[in-house]
Write a protein that binds this ligand. Sequence first.
Ligand code: NAP
Length: 240
Amino acid sequence: METSLNGKVAVISGASHGLGRAVAETLAAAGAHTVLMARRAQPLQEAAEAISAQGGAATVYPCDVADSGQVRNTASAIQDAHRKVDILINNAGIPAPRTFEDTDFSAWDEVIGVNLSGVFYLTRALWSSLCAADSAYVINISGTAGLRGGGSPAYGSSKFGLTGLNHAIAEAGKARNIRATILYPGGMDTGWRGAPIGALPRSESMDPHVVARMIAQLVMTPAEFVVNEAVLNPLDQPFM
Ligand SMILES: NC(=O)c1ccc[n+]([C@@H]2O[C@H](COP(=O)([O-])OP(=O)(O)OC[C@H]3O[C@@H](n4cnc5c(N)ncnc54)[C@H](OP(=O)(O)O)[C@@H]3O)[C@@H](O)[C@H]2O)c1
């Protein structure tokens, strides 16, 4: 088992809050140079400063993953700065209206744009940087809504679509030594949909740092193996 990420470059989308920030902190603590992306610069900067204060390395790139032009420019700047990308965590995601009737066209476009198109844009734009690494790893963050559907039509569709995209990335990556995992976490304690952080017991809502540690283990899987998909749930949350 690889135990250090020294010398690795890790790009994390949605890195200023919740799971993305926890992943950035965890990968930086393991030695990776972290490249943090989110739309708003200030929270991103605060995340980078927290990583630096712990002795880690972080660079910030404010970018909306749903904006193909911004993604293209940001990927090009990352490539100029780092030449290669070893780890890509496609984490940025937004919730959606819960019912079919509440989902208007603009809500649909926005959610599919961030949760699905954003993953394609960023992975495609960084493809040559991933190919330049010895053995790159892409982790796509879905959710159990990507397995059972139901609930929000736009959110569930975006995460079901992500399963297909993960397969495509994994297939294309084989010849390039790029591995891909789709991770389906259950509920996390990130303030998602305005829920108060810390209100739910740990048996029902996961600490994002625990999920982040699992992600670190996945990217440290020996290069000849890949975990194609993983489901992670708090014990008391029903699997399906
Ligand atoms: N929380 C849960 O219970 C749960 C359960 C299962 C799966 N998930 C999935 O886990 C992932 C992370 O969720 P979370 O709860 O950690 O979310 P969160 O706390 O709301 O954080 C979302 C992060 O993504 C960024 N972001 C949002 N839209 C973006 C865009 N268009 N471009 C770039 N960055 C963007 C946000 O920063 P800005 O707003 O500044 O852009 C923030 O850094 C998502 O994919 C979500 O679907 C969450």
